[in-house]
Design a protein around this ligand. Structure first.
Ligand code: UD1
Length: 426
């Protein structure tokens, strides 16, 4: 099993580059099924979730080629309409293939994995919305069976602005007959990125990134190329690491406007942020300050994906901070691991109380989920002494070469393979 070994307490400095957004590239890859031709995607990170999506596309009949950061997806021929359970299991967000497969082939069969590491993750909004667009969906055991005669536009009011449901509706309705209106749509930047890609292929999506999105169905889409937006959660991860461990760090290839929901928190911690459109310099104080209560909310609120990441920085702040997690019910599993470093965090239902401590100390910990795993890396970089972080397959879902990137700015961090080490010693 792979592990990260970190000798903490090193000062970080220099510059670090942000890769493309996982949460953008996954729905965009699913949507390439709608295009009977070749889609070219730039700035695609090397992540295990991306590999899992590629595997699904190839299984369905697409040809996928990688050239550096560019993926070339040829979906001229799609021969399958069933996604095997093991492929669905590899990536929880594979439900995003439902709309594209249904639209492309007229039928879609997929077995969904159910609960996950951060909560139950129901898909009721996906199903009810697709039904409104004319899909016939029934569940058989753990599997979803979907058929359509024709898909038609509809007015869909989401009871919650679900990111995945908004994406599935957009993908399903671009080739449906007539107009679809989504009320209370998710406004995350990744929704706008999906719409930008599909519009470049000839779709007619208006208002993506706002609460009401309108989609005029078109007859067909044509091939196009697109560059994936930078990952705002990875940017926040580097910001938190810098807040704790760097006097000054330059973070390159960011999208300033996407950071608006998190910038006030870093400023309240005492960090100074210098921004232009694509770069961010963060200058950190000697000791961070507590911040007023943070509540995770749909965009443009404070992102749930940044909750654990910012919590790691706050473990060493002066004073007490309260974080209220309002999006996912089981997203505090990293806290017991953060406490192993000497952090003082307690939990009451959906509220975490973080009492800042002066020092963190090296510990042996395990990732519980993707962003929780990133919070452990941030804490270990700030902890005195040696830490080991296990279960890092979670981190590989969303961070490309995290150890190389942090090592390049001065961290003492390496990835080792336990089993290989054992063999070497035998
Ligand atoms: C996406 C992101 C994830 C992020 C989350 C919220 C991807 C691949 N993942 O996940 O990183 O943490 O947005 O910003 O983009 N819900 C329902 N019924 C549904 C769908 C969702 O009740 O049919 C609930 C969920 O249980 C959760 C909330 O809505 O409580 C938010 O989920 P959603 O916005 O759908 O998140 P995802 O698209 O799964």
């Amino acid at each position: 099993m792979e592990k990260l070994i970190i000798n903490g307490g090193r000062e970080l400095a220099g510059e670090i580059k942000v890769h493309g957004a996982k949460n953008s590239v996954l729905p965009i890859l699913a949507s390439t099924l709608l295009i009977r031709g070749v889609s070219i995607l730039h700035n695609v990170p090397r992540l295990t979730d991306v590999d899992a999506s590629i595997k699904i596309l190839e299984y369905l009949g697409a040809k996928v080629k990688r050239e550096g950061d560019t993926l070339i997806v040829d979906a001229k021929e799609i021969v399958e309409n069933r996604i095997p359970e093991e492929m669905m299991r590899e990536m929880r967000s594979s439900i995003i293939f439902l709309g594209s497969l249904l639209s492309r082939t007229g039928e879609a069969y997929l077995c969904y994995p159910g609960g996950c590491d951060i909560g139950v993750r129901p898909i009721d909004l996906h199903i009810s919305s697709l039904r409104r667009l004319g899909a016939m969906i029934y569940e058989s055991g753990n599997c979803l069976c979907c058929r359509r005669n024709s898909l038609h536009g509809a007015k869909i009011i989401l009871t919650f602005p679900s990111v995945g449901a908004t994406e599935n509706i957009i993908i399903t309705s671009v080739l449906a007959k007539g107009k679809t209106t989504i009320i209370n749509a998710a406004r995350e930047p990744e929704i706008s990125d999906l719409a930008t890609f599909l519009n470049s292929c000839g779709a007619k999506i208006f208002g993506a990134g706002e609460g009401t999105v309108e989609i005029e169905g078109v007859e067909s889409l044509h091939p196009s190329s697109h560059s994936i937006i930078p990952d705002r959660i990875v940017t926040a991860t580097y910001m938190s690491a810098a807040a704790l461990n760097a006097k000054e760090l330059l973070i390159k290839d960011i999208r300033a406007q996407h950071l608006m929901p998190i910038m006030p928190v870093f400023m309240e911690m005492g960090c100074k942020l210098y921004l232009d459109a694509n770069n961010l310099k963060i200058v950190s104080p000697k000791r961070l300050k507590r911040v007023r209560t943070i509540k995770t909310m749909p965009y443009p609120g404070f992102p749930t994906d940044c909750q654990s990441i910012v919590m790691a920085a706050l473990t060493k702040a002066r004073g007490t901070t309260i974080i209220n997690e309002s999006i996912f019910e089981s997203r505090f599993k990293h806290i017991s691991e953060l406490n192993r470093f000497g952090a003082d965090i307690s939990v009451n239902d959906s509220v975490a109380i973080i009492n800042g401590v002066k020092n963190l100390y090296g510990a042996n910990v395990f990732c519980t989920d993707l962003r929780g795993g990133a919070s452990l890396v941030i804490a270990a970089l700030a902890a005195q002494g040696r830490s080991t972080i296990g279960n890092i397959h979670h981190i590989s879902r969303g961070y490309e070469k995290i150890e190389e990137n942090f090592a390049q700015i001065g961290a003492d961090i390496k990835r080792i393979d336990d089993e290989r080490e054992v063999t070497k010693n035998e």
